[in-house]
Design a protein around this ligand. Structure first.
Ligand SMILES: [Zn+2]
Ligand SMILES: [Zn+2]
Length: 422
C-alpha cells in the first residue's frame, strides 16, 4: 500500500522528501538535491542564502504561453525599477519553469533579469507547485523577507498586484496593498470626464463631421461609451457596425423622449498607424480621442482593458457604470441603454421569464451533439458563442460533451433522429 486515503478523501503523504534539500526556510523551499543554489541570468550559480532579508517573488511561468511572456515584461519593468531605486528590503524573483524542454527554458530564462530554479530540479519545481497550490500560470507568490514556514504571510495574487500597481506595490505587505486599494477607490469615486479624457494641451475630441473638434466639457451630463478597438482586431470588424446601428437607434429614441444627445460614444484607438486610424474611424458615426494620444494608454490601464473590442460605459456624472458594455449590447441591443444596474436587472428578469419556456434540450444545425439549456447559476457562465463569435453570459445552450456553447438566439433548430458522423 502506498498513499493512504483519510476519511475525508485527502491524500496524506509524508512531508519528508529525501530528494529535496535539507535545512529550513528558503533553502528547504528552493533548494534541490544538487545543492542550495539558483541560476543567475548569465547562468552562474547563486547561493539561496543570498536571498535572506529580501521579498521573494516565486514566479511560475512558461515560454510557450503568451500571457506568461506578456506578464514577464510587466514584471521585468517593476523589478528593474525597484533595483534602480535600491529599495530596502530588496525584491528578488525566482522563476519556476513549466517549460517542456531545456532549450525553451534557456531561451526564456535569458530574457529574465532575475534568478531561476535549474531546469533539472524537477522535484523542487513540483513541490513548489503543490506547496502554493498553483492552478494556472502566470502565477506570482510574494514571500515576506526572512521567510519562515511557520509565520507565512505571503501575497498570492502577485500577478494582479504587479499588473495593477507595478513597483508602487513595494513593500509588498498587506498594509501597503490596503493603502493602494483605498487610494484607487478614492480616485475612482472622484473620476471625471475631464480628468480622464483631456490633457493640459488638449480639451477636445475629434469628429469627422462638422465641427471637427468637440469639447469634452460639452459631453458632461451624457451617458458615454468608451469604445476600445483597432482595425487589426477582427472581432471589432463585426462589432463596430453593430454598435453603430444600435448607437443610431439609441440616439433616435432619446430624441423622441425629448432629451436629445444623451448618449455618445468615444473611440479609443489602438490602431498602429495614423492611416489605419483614419480609415477605421471613418466607419464610425461618433467621436474619437486623437490618434496616439497619451490618454489612450492611461485609459487602457485604468479600465484594465485586456482584450478589444471593449466598451466601458460612464454615467452622466462621469462615474463607471460597467465595463461589460459590449456584452450588454450583444445581449440586449439598444434596450441595454442606459446600462445601469436597475436597467440590466429588469432585462435579466425578463430574460429569465422567457427562458422558462425555452426547450431544455435542442439541436443546432452547426453541431452534432445535443445542447442543454444552462444559465449562470446552473453550469453556465461567460462564454464565446460558437455561432456568432460574440461574448455572452446568462442563458446559453451548451454541449456537455465538448463545451460548444451558443446564445439561445443563435440556435437554428434541426431535425435530429440519429447522429450523423461526418
Ligand atoms: Zn451567438
Ligand atoms: Zn458537442
Amino acid at each position: 500500500m502506498g498513499e493512504e486515503l483519510s476519511r475525508n478523501g485527502v491524500h496524506h503523504k509524508s512531508n519528508q522528501d529525501p530528494e529535496r534539500g535539507s535545512g529550513s526556510g528558503l533553502c528547504s523551499l528552493l533548494g534541490s538535491k544538487d545543492g542550495d543554489f539558483l541560476l543567475s541570468p548569465t547562468a552562474d550559480l547563486v547561493k539561496i542564502s543570498d536571498l535572506q532579508g529580501k521579498f521573494i517573488g516565486i514566479y511560475f511561468s512558461a515560454n510557450w504561453y503568451p500571457p506568461c511572456r506578456k506578464f514577464t515584461k510587466t514584471l521585468s519593468n517593476a523589478y528593474e525599477q525597484l533595483k534602480k531605486c535600491n529599495v530596502d528590503p530588496g525584491f528578488e524573483v525566482v522563476f519556476v519553469s513549466s517549460d517542456e524542454d531545456l532549450d525553451s527554458f534557456d531561451e526564456y530564462r535569458s530574457s529574465m533579469p532575475w534568478l531561476s530554479i535549474p531546469f533539472s530540479a524537477t522535484t523542487t519545481k513540483r513541490a513548489l507547485n503543490l506547496r502554493f497550490d498553483v492552478e494556472s500560470i502566470p502565477c506570482l507568490i510574494i514571500l515576506q523577507p526572512n521567510y519562515d514556514d511557520e509565520q507565512d504571510s505571503r501575497i498570492e495574487n502577485g500577478v494582479d498586484v504587479i499588473e495593477r500597481y507595478g513597483a508602487k506595490a513595494h513593500p509588498f505587505t498587506k498594509e501597503r496593498l490596503e493603502e493602494l486599494t483605498e487610494e484607487d477607490k478614492e480616485k475612482r469615486a472622484n473620476q471625471t470626464l475631464k480628468e480622464m479624457l483631456t490633457t493640459p494641451e488638449r480639451d477636445f475630441l475629434v469628429s469627422h463631421s462638422i465641427p471637427e473638434k468637440v469639447s469634452v466639457a460639452s459631453l458632461m451630463g451624457e451617458t458615454i461609451g468608451l469604445y476600445f478597438s483597432a482595425q487589426w482586431c477582427s472581432p471589432g470588424e463585426k462589432f463596430t457596425p453593430k454598435l453603430a446601428s444600435i448607437y443610431h437607434k439609441i440616439k433616435q429614441e432619446s430624441t423622441v423622449d425629448g432629451n436629445n444627445d444623451s448618449f455618445e460614444v468615444i473611440f479609443v484607438s489602438s490602431d498602429k498607424d495614423e492611416s489605419s486610424f483614419d480609415s477605421h474611424f471613418y466607419t464610425m458615426p461618433w467621436l474619437a480621442l486623437p490618434f496616439s494620444d497619451p490618454t489612450i494608454k492611461n485609459l487602457i490601464k485604468y479600465f484594465d482593458v485586456e482584450s478589444i473590442p471593449s466598451l466601458v460605459i460612464l454615467s452622466p456624472d462621469g462615474k463607471t457604470v460597467t465595463k461589460q458594455g459590449r456584452n450588454l449590447i450583444n445581449l440586449y441591443q439598444e434596450k441595454a441603454y442606459p446600462f445601469t444596474q436597475v436597467r440590466i436587472r429588469s432585462l435579466e428578469m425578463k430574460n429569465d421569464k422567457e427562458a422558462e419556456n425555452f426547450p431544455k434540450l435542442r439541436y443546432h444545425s452547426r453541431h452534432d451533439h445535443e445542447l442543454t439549456l444552462v444559465s449562470e447559476g446552473k453550469g453556465g457562465g461567460p462564454f464565446i458563442c460558437c455561432d456568432c463569435d460574440e461574448q455572452g453570459f446568462g442563458w446559453a445552450y451548451q454541449c456537455i460533451d465538448c463545451g460548444y456553447e451558443v446564445h439561445p438566439k443563435c440556435v437554428r433548430d434541426v431535425e435530429h433522429d440519429s447522429v450523423v458522423e461526418s
